[in-house]
Design a protein around this ligand. Structure first.
Ligand SMILES: NC(=O)C1=CN([C@@H]2O[C@H](COP(=O)(O)OP(=O)(O)OC[C@H]3O[C@@H](n4cnc5c(N)ncnc54)[C@H](O)[C@@H]3O)[C@@H](O)[C@H]2O)C=CC1
Ligand SMILES: O=C(O)[C@H]1O[C@H](OP(=O)(O)OP(=O)(O)OC[C@H]2O[C@@H](n3ccc(=O)[nH]c3=O)[C@H](O)[C@@H]2O)[C@H](O)[C@@H](O)[C@@H]1O
Length: 492
């Protein structure tokens, strides 16, 4: 059986590598129009960082797994074609800022119609608006050139999370396959089910109609993001009341109906999908006249934006209401640990908020390149596909230093902000960092990775999202506060 996948990104690459690695009798070719990306997949330096990915790719590459830019040839030969192209939020025109941009999807569908001369199963792997399968069916059936071509469309959304993609693909909680409830649709579902059943227990492979499968993906991401916004909303309340959000998470997570996962308060969620998929759902709801439902889901984004803004405001107000020309160390730029992906990372909003006030940032991230950071900070929100502003790029170049280590970033800094929960940040030599910083030295922990008690003992002024506020911050003007006097006396 020949499988082709259009789109060799964060989803297409790892997912196809796993299928090739696990399945007998299949040949998998991952396709992309981006030559650089395909060259990287064929090299020792894969285009994405994902723990365990190298091992899976190298076990199958050249045997059952291939990467190619010859899209038409491999699609023409395939029995199953996965579409895993990007579906970003539209940046202009009708629905800009909300609707999914389906340009890449449609061009992939038109190409499939043009080159196909045999029956094929077309699998939606990208996250798409509900009813996309119908649009694809129409594009395919109206453009097919060869009478031998016939298509069954399936929806098979992906639930992997970055940083744990290989683990998630190897042992997914569930696989969903949606299809038309016709003899041909049910046969297609069965064919794809047999592929996954080679390594996933059959009772974890759920089948449904097309629309349930498409909407289940949007709903799953909306629920996950909503949990984070809920705990982040509680974190704001904790800071005002002296409650500790980690203790709250533990207490509410012990209720088996709530469960402990996805209750870590943070500086805000990031990543390419949560915001995009919720905005897409909001757009769909508004289009269907479901204004209240749209508003409900949009509030998840409102709280997320509030959380990022709140963090910036705390940094500025704590640093005596000015950060101009102050060096601030930014620890972590990726949207979560164990990935080099920066799409929609909260670090962009936090850094932009501080840059706006004239701060000088020293950024350290073990996986994000200097070029990527500077590019991200030189672009306006939602402008990822447009040329970035030269003016902003120059400003960013002047105000940003990319440091080779945490310790270098913190040298001479007034404050450090933890924006990604990299494991190495849990084991920092806080004393060494403190000694190298300007006093009073501040820590703003947006990821609950620093031991606040230990930091305070050393002399840091400590702010942790959702943690009881340091007296220095509740009463910064009081020189008599015990916390203040200890810290002031240690200043150089
Ligand atoms: N990144 C993630 O963790 C997850 C993403 N998804 C969804 O999967 C889809 C893909 O996401 P990513 O892999 O992150 O995107 P990505 O941007 O990393 O990869 C998409 C790739 O498709 C290629 N492409 C676009 N149009 C093409 C065409 N006509 N022919 C050939 N190649 C084409 C692009 O060059 C790009 O390399 C999106 O819909 C996303 O919402 C779903 C679950 C997880
Ligand atoms: O559709 C997608 O793209 C994927 O989106 C998320 O995966 P991902 O964005 O890779 O990573 P998550 O682990 O979900 O984290 C998203 C963001 O939420 C933040 N987060 C997560 C959990 C938490 O408790 N608190 C919190 O702030 C993370 O730091 C990160 O910024 C979902 O978890 C996947 O199931 C889904 O397939």
């Amino acid at each position: 059986m020949k499988i082709a996948c259009i789109g060799a990104g964060y989803v297409g690459g790892p997912t196809m590598a796993m299928i090739a690695h696990k399945c007998e009798g299949v040949e998998v070719t991952v396709l992309d129009i981006n030559e650089e990306r395909i060259a990287a997949w064929n090299s020792d330096k894969l285009p994405i960082y994902e723990p365990g990915l190298e091992e899976v790719v190298s076990a199958a590459r050249g045997k059952t797994l291939f990467f190619s830019t010859e899209c038409e040839k491999h699609v023409a030969e395939a029995d199953i074609v996965f579409i895993s192209v990007n579906t970003p939020t539209k940046t202009r025109g009708v629905g800009a800022g909300y609707a999914a941009d389906m340009t890449y999807w449609e061009s992939a569908a038109r190409m499939i119609a043009r080159v196909s001369h045999s029956p094929k199963i077309i699998v939606e792997k990208s996250t798409v608006p509900v009813k996309t399968a119908q649009a694809v069916e129409r594009v395919l059936s109206n453009n097919v050139l060869n009478p031998g071509a016939r298509f069954d469309i399936l929806s098979n959304p992906e639930f992997l999370a970055e940083g744990t993609a290989i683990k998630d693909l190897e042992k997914p909680d569930r696989v969903i396959i949606g299809g038309r409830q016709t003899p041909s649709g049910l046969k297609a579902i069965d064919t794809l089910k047999k592929v996954y059943a080679q390594w996933i227990p059959e009772d974890q492979i759920l089948t449904s109609n097309l629309w349930s499968s498409e909407l289940a993906k949007l709903a799953a991401n909306a629920f996950l993001a909503q949990r984070i916004s809920s705990i982040n909303a509680v974190s704001a309340l904790c800071e005002k009341t002296g409650a500790d959000v980690s203790e709250i998470s533990k207490c509410i997570g012990a209720d088996s109906r709530i469960g402990p996962k996805f209750l870590n308060a943070s500086v805000g969620f990031g990543g390419s999908c949560f915001q995009k998929d919720i905005l897409n759902m909001v757009y769909i709801c508004r289009g269907l006249g479901l204004e209240e439902v749209a508003n409900y889901w949009e509030s998840v984004i409102t709280i997320n934006n509030y959380q990022k803004r709140r963090f910036v405001d705390v940094v500025i107000s704590s640093l005596f209401n000015t950060v101009r020309a102050k060096r601030i160390a930014i620890l972590g730029f990726a949207f979560k640990k164990d990935t080099g992906d920066t799409r929609e990372t909260p670090a962009i909003d936090v850094c932009n908020g501080l840059l706006e006030e004239g701060a000088k940032l020293a950024v350290y991230d073990p996986q994000v390149t200097e070029e990527r950071m500077k590019m991200d900070l030189s672009m306006d929100k939602f402008e990822w596909d447009h040329p970035y502003s030269e003016r902003k790029a120059k400003e960013v170049n002047d105000l940003i230093e990319c440091s080779e280590s945490v310790y270098k970033a913190c040298e001479g800094a007034h404050a450090l902000c933890v924006l990604t929960e990299w494991d190495e940040f849990k084991e920092l030599d806080l004393r060494r960092i403190y000694d190298s910083m300007v006093k009073p030295a501040f820590i703003f922990d947006g990821r609950s990775v620093i031991d606040g008690k230990a930091a305070k003992k050393i002399g840091f002024v400590f702010f942790g999202v959702g943690k009881p506020l340091d007296p220095f911050l509740t009463d910064p003007a009081s020189p008599n506060s015990p916390a203040n006097s200890a810290r002031m006396s240690m200043s150089p």
